[in-house]
Design a protein around this ligand. Structure first.
Ligand code: HH2
Length: 275
């Protein structure tokens, strides 16, 4: 291992879906998914986030059996070659159960354990890490007309409420991560930007914070409708902004570039403390 200063963790995205907004269809074949996982590990990923149901606005739901059939072979194959932390992006407790049994470590739930009546109990029983992400509405319709009176106050309060619900259900405090859910039932600029501007309040809730800004549409909205694969600069800017606010990890498509940005940031930050 290196002796560089502590830095935020990099979570690399691996979508086993035909329709995700930036990499849909590329990694449906398990061998292609495994090769991508290997590449992301080599590029500096600390965690791999595997999803088999797109949460893109307007996406259709996927049955649990299909999610499990897409995820388990890839998780088993990654586990055979690496002990990297694996998270699974799912709203279904059946999928969490099957994938944790196959060797995954973290349940990344964009519904913050509200997707099924037994989600909270399943998370407590599994003893896995849980990412509780904020979303207004559900993926299919969330971007239709998001509304908040005070987006920062409401998202922060909702995350505090979900963390408390998880604790009350028996999820251990150290297993809980929070995520403001950039782009999930939020207006591209009116809601996402104030939230990004106030991440410290979410960090102050006392749980590690994960931030997903990679290639998201608000970046295109700020830069002449740049396409998803032309949003790296904006993705890095938003990730580093988050790091400055104290987030623990970033969920990204461009692992190598993000890992490099975080290393440089951490080294300069350490030097600034010694200066
Ligand atoms: N964003 C996406 C999916 N899952 N999970 C967390 N915790 N935070 C996020 O911001 C987040 C997430 C959307 O990105 P992507 O997976 O690339 O697209 P799709 O939803 O189409 O799979």
């Amino acid at each position: 291992m290196h002796s560089w200063p502590e830095r935020a963790l990099v979570m690399g995205v691996l979508n086993l879906t035909p329709d995700s907004f930036s990499d849909g269809g590329r990694f449906l074949e398990p061998s292609a998914a495994l090769a991508r996982a290997q590449a992301m590990i080599a590029e500096g990923a600390d965690i791999l986030d595997l999803g088999a149901e797109s949460t893109r606005p307007g996406a259709d739901p996927v049955p649990a059996e299909i999610e499990i059939a897409r995820l388990v072979p890839v998780i088993t194959a990654i586990r055979a070659m690496s002990d990297i932390a694996i998270s699974v992006d799912t709203m279904k407790p059946q999928v969490a159960r099957a994938t944790m049994a196959a060797g995954a470590d973290i349940w990344n739930d964009v519904s913050a354990l509200t997707g099924a009546p037994d989600s909270l109990a399943a998370a407590a029983e599994l003893g896995c890490g849980v990412v509780l992400m904020h979303m207004q509405g559900e993926p299919r319709t969330m971007q239709a007309e998001p509304h908040y009176d005070d987006v920062v106050r409401e998202v922060t309060a909702a995350l505090a409420e979900r963390a408390q619900a998880a604790l009350s259900a028996g999820v251990a405090r150290e297993k809980i991560w929070l995520d403001p859910g950039i782009g999930f039932g939020k207006h591209m600029t009116r809601h996402n930007l104030p939230l990004l501007g106030s991440l410290e309040g979410i960090v102050a809730l006392g749980f590690p914070v994960l931030l997903g800004v990679s290639r998201k549409r608000f970046i295109g909205a700020l830069d002449d409708d740049a396409a998803a694969d032309a949003r790296l600069g904006g993705s890095l800017a938003a990730a580093l902004w988050g790091v400055r606010a104290g987030i623990a990890a970033v969920r990204v498509h461009d692992v190598r570039e993000t890992a490099q940005a975080l290393k440089v940031w951490a080294a300069i930050e350490a030097a600034s403390k010694n200066a």
